[in-house]
Ligand binder design. Structure first.
Ligand code: ADP
Ligand code: MG
Length: 724
């Protein structure tokens, strides 16, 4: 059978028609029967189970009760009507009524149903003494439970038994919109339309996974899956259907990513760097501390990449303070030891400067020349750097985007290290790539301090090799995290004075979610003013840094704090990444409820770098949303960045995570969730990897279906993680 059943426009389905079809297109981007079949319910309701009113709780996801109407109150009605005479109600001016409150009882208790719309119709339907099934979301109100706009059905339509899910009684709930509902597409109508779409479309759907994989992985056929995802026969069938559809989605995603990785690792291009070199050894021997086990392991991984003859494409993940800079320096020295130059790119000027300063320290014993190039480098410095890069006298160049300008020419660039890569676009990375002069692409090491949950890393960077520094240098003291509200402010100021008296420094960070947000600047300015009043000059010195300042001013203030000339730094989240002031022991985050988890974690990583015990104080308002509260609690409970990232992803979904915001996910998943389906993802990846191990080109007969599926647009993954 052909594809035509799936391509059929939905307007020809019974119950749709041109008007509703237009609504589906506008509201849900659905035009064909095939689209409809892939609109899966986002939850299911077991409509056969009825709860007694006395057992209802406001936190239930939904509630179904069977109850008799006791009375209906119209609020806002014109008073001269006689409420005891229903005949007069015909004359009621319903448009003056604001709200209807219907009291119902099931013998175990009574409950209020509230209506703001469609009152006339409901008022006539809900006659006192009659029994109905009410279905909706319970809510707490004045210590009681009510339901607003419940679905109402006459009681005789539903079985009397209060039994668990009888076959076929689970009903899918589909995404809908106000417009669709107003267009008459209620839950029931939707079910009927989907039913029709299944009848029409299902016969045209061919199995999309090879028999042998379905067997191996215990997957149900696609027809079974699609029928049961919409109309589950029972719980078990529903679970099987979900598993199959999620597995399929994740399997093809992984197959596609792993295949790219396979192809790349087989390609023979890459600069071979067989030596470690003198510079590396001299630096290594002069290190003021032994490397941590994790640092050593990662350097070995990198070293193996660089000598392999293939191009390195490695992501280095490590929590703030885990010692990535050290790894970067040693990696750069390997390139130099093999006769190449290395560049280190940072997302901001402040960070580039800081990297540069740190690196100089370690380079001293090697005699290798390093230079700094940023947007604010003066023309004369710039010229000098340009010529040093061209003649090869500069071994390591540290900088910002200024490095990728066209007039920057290298003698022989062999390695690019990119710090916090999510701030660089694909375009910019490829420009860097072209700066290699030997015809082979430079090795690439991307460093990120934003921990990415493993499931997400597997997807975002599926074709990248990933190294993790999962160990902090020894002697690091944990940062104590405290949550405080406005009432504690005097105590906070006292604490700050004590810390400053002991010689420490304090960060105070204000949220600047939107650079152009006037309010945010106002709160920063007001906050800075208060601090300067409470911590007056000359006893205390306060520096202020924010994004609206001129670069010179920003740098001056930042330097003052870094050099210890200021006790307090009031800043926006510009200091989020990288700034290293070991003597700062207190991080105060204002309006902490407005920050995301990973941002809070990054900020907290600014303290706890020195030998003193450090503190992070999360200031919030008294009232917080449930989610904000949860975030603050997590921050106080753990310092583990990966744990926090996992939680963040669960709460906000992977698309909103730091580091994916700019580029987005490489594909949009239809049913699987990276946050929740880690187990299925693992199984799917193992399976994809086993398939490719046996048949890397997918050329065997039994894998022809895989080849065909991979060609579908859905799996043409935007080349997002490929950084070279
Ligand atoms: P990251 O860039 O990963 O946030 P850094 O490279 O800035 O971390 O390192 C944080 C601090 O730890 C620096 O002061 C650095 O000198 C120090 N450090 C790095 N590696 C070690 C180690 N193996 N032992 C002790 N201190 C270390
Ligand atoms: Mg760093």
């Amino acid at each position: 059978m052909g594809q035509n059943g799936l391509d059929m426009e939905i307007q020809y389905l019974p119950g749709v028609g041109p008007k509703r079809a237009e609504l589906f297109r506008k509201e849900l981007s659905i035009t064909t029967v095939g689209d409809l079949l892939r609109l899966y319910p986002f939850r299911y309701i077991d409509k056969s189970s009825i709860t007694r009113i006395c057992d209802a709780r406001p936190d239930m996801a939904y509630l179904q009760i069977r109850a008799k109407v006791v009375k209906a109150e119209l609020i806002g009605r014109i008073p001269d009507k006689d409420p005891s005479d229903p005949a007069k109600d015909k004359a009621l001016k319903f448009n003056t009524i604001k709200r209807m409150s219907v009291w119902v009882s099931d013998g175990s208790g009574d409950m209020e149903m509230v209506f703001f719309k469609g009152i006339k119709w409901m008022y006539e339907k809900l006659r006192p003494g009659q029994e109905f099934i009410f279905f909706g979301k319970p809510a707490g109100f004045n210590g009681r439970i009510n339901m607003v706009h419940p679905e109402v059905d006459p009681a005789q339509n539903v079985s009397k038994e209060n039994t668990p899910a009888a076959p076929g009684t689970m009903t899918g709930v589909y995404t809908s919109t106000e417009r669709l509902k107003n267009g008459g597409v209620t839950g029931k109508v939707m079910s009927r339309i989907i039913e029709a779409a299944l009848d029409k479309g299902l016969p045209c759907i061919e199995e999309s996974l090879p028999e042998y994989i379905m067997k191996q992985c215990g997957l149900v056929p696609v027809h079974f899956a699609l029928r049961n995802i919409h109309f589950p026969k029972d719980m078990i069938s529903l679970e099987k259907a979900k598993y199959r559809l999620k597995f399929e989605e994740l399997f093809y995603l992984q197959l596609s990513l792993l295949k790219q990785k396979y192809i790349r690792s087989r390609a023979e291009h890459g600069i071979s760097m067989p030596r470690v070199g003198d510079a590396f050894n001299r630096c290594y021997e002069a290190l003021p501390f032994p490397l941590t086990g994790a640092q050593k392991r990662v350097i070995t991984e990198i070293r193996n990449d660089m000598k392999s003859g293939h191009q390195m494409n490695r992501l280095l993940q490590g929590d703030v303070g885990s010692g990535k800079t050290m790894v970067a320096v040693l990696t750069a020295l390997i390139a130099i030891g093999n006769g190449f130059q290395a560049c280190i790119m940072a997302p901001t000027e402040v960070l580039a400067q800081q990297h540069y300063r740190n690196i100089l320290r370690f380079l001293e014993p090697t005699g290798i020349k390093a230079a700094l190039l940023t947007g604010s480098s003066k023309a004369s410095e710039r010229r000098e750097v340009h010529s040093g890069l061209e003649d090869g006298s500069i071994g390591i160049i540290v900088g910002t985007h200024a490095l990728i300008e066209d007039n920057v020419v290298f003698r022989n660039l062999g390695l690019a290290i990119i710090d916090e890569q999510h701030r660089f676009g694909v375009e910019q990375r490829s420009k860097l790539w072209r700066k290699s002069s030997c015809g082979l692409p430079p090795h690439v090491l991307v460093m990120t301090a934003t921990p990415i949950p493993r499931t997400l890393a597997m997807t975002l960077y599926g074709d990248l090799d990933v190294s993790v520094i999962d160990e902090l240098p020894p002697g690091r003291k944990p940062v104590q995290t405290i949550h405080a509200t406005e009432g504690k402010r005097p105590a906070l100021y006292k604490f700050m004075r004590d810390q400053i008296a002991a010689g420490r420094q304090v960060f105070i960070v204000y949220p600047l979610i939107n650079e152009t947000e006037k309010l945010d600047y106002q709160s920063l300015e007001a906050g800075a003013e208060e601090i300067m009043q409470k911590f007056p000059f000359p006893d205390y010195k306060t520096a202020v840094v924010h994004g609206k300042q001129l670069n010179d001013v920003k740098k001056f203030n930042m330097d003052a704090f870094a050099a210890g000339r200021a006790d307090i730094l009031v800043a926006t989240s510009v200091i989020e990444v990288g700034v290293d002031v070991p003597n700062a022991s207190v991080m105060v985050i204002e309006s902490a409820e407005r920050f995301g988890l990973s941002q809070l974690h990054q900020l907290r990583g600014r303290v706890g770098r020195g030998s003193e015990k450090s503190y992070c104080v999360l200031m919030t308002g008294n009232r917080m949303s449930k989610e904000s509260k949860h975030r603050i609690e997590l921050m106080c409970a753990t310092e583990n960045g990966f744990e926090l990232a996992e939680e963040d992803m669960k709460m906000r979904g992977p698309g909103d995570l730091e580091g994916t915001q700019q580029s987005g996910l490489p594909i949009s998943l239809n049913i699987a969730s990276l946050a929740k389906d880690g187990m299925i993802l693992n199984a799917a990846r193992d399976c994809a990897s086993a398939v490719l191990d046996k048949d890397p080109a997918l050329s065997s007969d039994r894998n022809q279906l895989l080849r065909k599926e991979l060609r579908k647009e859905k799996y043409q993954i935007k080349d997002y993680s490929k950084i070279s």
